[in-house]
Design a protein around this ligand. Sequence first.
Ligand SMILES: [Zn+2]
Length: 279
Amino acid sequence: MKNQINMLNQLQELVLTRDELHQTDGGAHTDALDQSIDALVERLDPQPKALYQRLYKKSHIVMAPMSDGCCAVCGMRLPISQMQQVRLAKTLQTCSSCGRMLYNEEEDAPRNMREMSGRGEPRKTGISRFSAEELMVCDLKGDTTKAVIGELAEVMSLNRFVSNPDALVTAAMERESILSTAMGNGLAFPHVRGVEGGGLTLALGVSKKGFRYDAAGEIVHLVFFSVIPVAVSPFYLRLMAGLSEAFTKAENRKALMNAASTPADLWKAFMRTTRHTIR
Ligand SMILES: [Zn+2]
């Protein structure tokens, strides 16, 4: 069953990648993805295939990682016997509350260690729900996508937002291999889904000189790197739409580039430029 679960997770990632593309591109270039998705569905065994097709009609999130003994999507606590079954992965286990197919997170998978808004603090709004001054990198040094994502993962880890930055970089690069997250206008949105334990977290890096992001040769200056708990994947699509709306405007991109002298200035500019598109 482990192999089936791996295929289902791949499928989940492809489907959510297609949703991202719809969000930013109007869904114009999804043919190759559609084909990969159809081919993968055909390769599933009859039981997981039927379950996948039934769940997919209700929600594009069909897989739920088990996190701290709970279904990470709906939060339902699993019975101890079922936790064991999920770990063994000999049978396909589903959440008794939301019906999704459960899988065990890898031991060394990166974890989100901290919520953006601490308990007792006033409720945050806009981009400060997902990011913070500590997560602003003014002068990215790397000249490859992997190096740059590494710098951003390191900042997240140093500030104790995530564990295991190396695994985070590997996962982000795997996602890039499905489809580049460079979006034109010098923007890129690398991300890793399935980082459980806290909230959606975003780091912003500015590369003043720019670097070649992908095989298409796109030069990127602004990198928005996110870690996303599975349950908030639909919300991530809205965040991405809000960011691309703000930064397709040249004056907003320029405002970030000009403010990238200190993290404090960059953070202020980030809040100001996203004020109307991220609520
Ligand atoms: Zn559930």
